[in-house]
Every structure is written in C-alpha cells, then in structure tokens.
Design a protein around this ligand. Structure first.
Ligand SMILES: Cc1cc2nc3c(=O)[nH]c(=O)nc-3n(C[C@H](O)[C@H](O)[C@H](O)COP(=O)(O)O)c2cc1C
Length: 393
C-alpha cells in the first residue's frame, strides 16, 4: 500500500481524521485547534447535543435520487456545508488557507477566510474560488474594521461575516498549559519534543519562521505587525454594539452575516437591522464556557428571526461531525452548516487532498442520511424527521 493510500484507508470518518491529525501534529498545535475554553463543557456539549436528537425516517417516501444542493446568496452549493473561518490554518499545512479554499471550490462549496489567516485577503482572492466570504471583527480602532471590509470588497469577496463572540478572548487553558501564543513561537525544548512529528516540522520549515496573520501586515513593517498580531486581545473592542453592526451594514453592500448569535432577541434585532444572515455559533466552545450548544440554540433563533424574515439564511456551526448531524441541523431549520476543526484535521493529514477527502466523507454521509430518511431534496428535511432522545441510562 502506498503512503497516500495508507492515510485514506484509515480516514474513514471525521473522528478518524482527528486521530490522524493528533498523531501528525505537535501537541501544542493539535491542542490549539482541538481545545475549548476552561472546562470545555460547551465544546463537549456541541457534539453531545446532536446525540440527543433522534432521526425519524420516512423510507417509503422513496428517495432513490437525491439532490443535496442548496442556494446561498445566489451561489449554488453542491451540499449545504461551508468551511468556516479558522485563524492560522497555515500552521497546519503550508498555505493551509489556500489548500482549504481550493478543496472547497473543487467540492462545490464555499470558504470563509478568517481575519487571522496566514495568507492575506488578496492572496486568497487571487485563487478566484467561489463563493469566498471574509470574516472581520470590531476593533478599538474602527478604521481597521473599515479597512478589512474595504479590502474584502475590493478583492471581490461575496459575503462579509462579522464575528461577535470574540471581543474578549476565551480562556483556553490547553494553550496556557502548552505555552502556545499567537503567533506561535517555539522554544528549542519544544522543538526538540516535536521529534515524532518531524514530517510536520520539515514541511513547515519555511513557513514557521514567517508565520503570522498576513492581512495585518503593512509593507515594510513586518516586525511591528507580527507584534500587532500578538496583541490581538488589546485590539478588539468589548464595547462593540449595534451601532457597529449599523455602520458595517452601511459600508458593506453585499450579504452581511453575524456569527456567534445564540440569543433569540439578538437574532430579532439583527434581522431588524437588515443583516442578511445569521450564524448560530459559540465559536466551537472556545469562548464562553457554559454557553448553550449551537444545535440547542438553533430552534429559538429560527423562530425569532424567521417570524420577521421567513427566508433568512441561518447557518450553524459547532460539533458537526457526521452527515447525519448536518441533516439534524437542516431539519431544525438551518440553511447550511459550517465546519471549523475538521478542515484543520484534513489539512494536518494531507493538505488539500486531506480536506478534499474530508469533504467527500461529509458528502457521502449526508447523502446516505438523506436517502435513509426518505428526503430527496434538502428542503424536505423538516422537524417531523426529528425526536428528542434523552441520553441512555
Ligand atoms: C483553531 C481555530 C481558529 C478559529 N479562528 C476563528 C476566527 O479567526 N474567526 C472566527 O470567527 N471563528 C474562528 N474559529 C471558530 C470557528 O469558525 C467555528 O465557529 C468553530 O470552530 C465551529 O466548531 P467546530 O470546530 O466544532 O466545527 C476558530 C476555530 C478554531 C478551532
């Protein structure tokens, strides 16, 4: 068996890809992606809450032919899934963001670039993959938010995502234990301990020394901006409020989404302000530990937002590890799901090929779940196909 077919053989599902990534990445890097805030209660709950929803199939519907596609802001996606924004994807594989965006485009789905990507806004756009979305924050210096937004518009991004749940950085204790900071700088001892992950270290030998958040760099001021990325926490403004959403709504002419919405009143307010979409998310359990899981929050958001705007796109992320999880989210009213960590596990496993493989797993599983449920189209997934399933014993 060749080396490449070796990993493919093992990577039979998303959790298997996580295990492969754990073996291939140095501990501080794996933990940076895998970990959550504090006791990781919300992180666990994101996945656990999917297990408390049971699917109730209607096989006699006869769904031999299935159309998994869906339309999102005028883009036809081959399935209702996107790759969500994850900072420093280029830490997992050289040019990680570009690899993931290419794999997403080849699979016919969208890609959202993080504010904290290693590549720049413009480098990703140069791939001309579609749809490409850009994620921004509200900074103390509102000029920086406006600048990122202008650059995204100039580079032809199709939607803007304002992440609202990260204005104070979550308390990620695995990173503290591992001494992992942003941008990461490894001590000689840490590098020595990475001997078992030599292939990763070798692959990253050129990328690691210049690893930073590319979009923050200004020409000729490399040092200053590497430090700036390190000071990210002090750049973000916890006093962000609805006026900032209004300002962004005025500036950005394309679809605007808010990411990190968990409270129905916020969904209502966002809709009233003319936001074009919501992403139900708790940042993958990396911010407020104890926060409600995304799938538990979804029905409240759907009810609140769609009473005013019945066709409002509502996306969800957090703990989507199976095609059946995606089916459950759609049955509860989500338009599409996003994945965060799994794409990093795909990258760590085999770069672009790893992400392509991961997306194929999601497609196969989602397709099979639809077929077994008796749903021929994604709009046939509704709450009638779900029941509450309290945990066993
Ligand atoms: C390593 C890592 C970096 C992330 N960086 C960002 C970011 O820059 N901006 C953002 O809005 N969300 C970020 N997120 C959150 C993801 O977009 C997403 O909400 C979360 O990972 C979804 O949960 P999942 O990992 O269970 O799929 C990050 C998540 C991870 C794991």
């Amino acid at each position: 068996m060749s080396r490449s077919s070796g990993w493919r053989h093992k990577a039979i599902n998303v959790d298997a890809m996580r295990r492969l990534a754990r073996r291939k990445l140095p501990r501080p890097v794996f933990d940076f992606a895998d970990g959550g805030a504090e006791t990781e209660w919300t992180l666990r709950r994101n996945e656990g809450a999917f297990a408390r929803k049971a699917l109730v199939p209607r096989p006699l519907n006869g769904a031999a032919q299935r159309d998994l596609s869906t339309t999102l802001f005028r883009h036809r996606l081959s399935m209702p899934l996107m790759i969500g924004p994850t900072g420093l994807a280029g830490l997992f594989w050289p040019d990680g963001e570009l690899c993931s965006a290419r794999a997403a485009a080849a699979a016919g789905i969208g890609y959202c670039l993080s504010h904290g990507s290693v590549c720049t806004i413009e480098e990703l756009a140069a791939l001309r993959t579609e749809p490409r979305w850009m994620q921004v924050f509200v900074y103390r210096d509102r000029g920086l938010t406006r600048e990122f937004t202008d650059r995204a518009a100039a580079a032809g991004y199709h939607a803007l995502v304002l992440t609202v749940d990260n204005q104070l950085l979550g308390n990620r204790e695995r990173d503290l234990r591992n001494g992992f900071g942003i941008p990461p700088r490894f001590t000689p001892w840490q590098l020595l301990a990475m001997a078992p992950q030599l292939p990763w270290l070798w692959r990253m030998r050129n990328a690691l020394p210049r690893l930073t958040m590319g979009s923050y760099l200004r020409e000729g001021s490399r040092e200053e901006l590497a430090a700036l990325a390190g000071r990210l926490a002090s750049l973000l403004d916890p006093s962000m409020d609805w006026d900032d959403v209004r300002a962004l709504r005025e500036q950005w002419k394309g679809p605007l989404l808010l990411k990190g919405i968990l409270h129905p009143d916020e969904a209502r307010q966002a809709t009233a302000l003319g936001v074009d979409g919501l992403i139900v998310s708790n940042h993958g359990g990396r911010q407020l530990d104890g926060a409600i899981s995304s799938i538990e929050a979804l029905p409240g958001i759907v009810a609140a937002a769609r009473s005013a705007r019945p066709d409002l796109p509502i996306l969800i992320d957090g703990g989507i590890r199976r095609g059946a999880d995606l089916a459950k989210a759609l049955a509860l009213g989500a338009t599409a799901g996003l994945i965060g960590r799994p794409q990093l596990w795909g990258l760590a496993t085999a770069g672009e090929a790893g992400v392509a493989h991961l997306l194929e797993i999601y497609r196969r599983e989602f397709d099979r779940a639809m077929g077994l449920l008796g749903a021929a189209r994604v709009d046939e997934l509704g709450p009638d196909l779900l029941a509450e399933a309290p945990p066993l014993g």
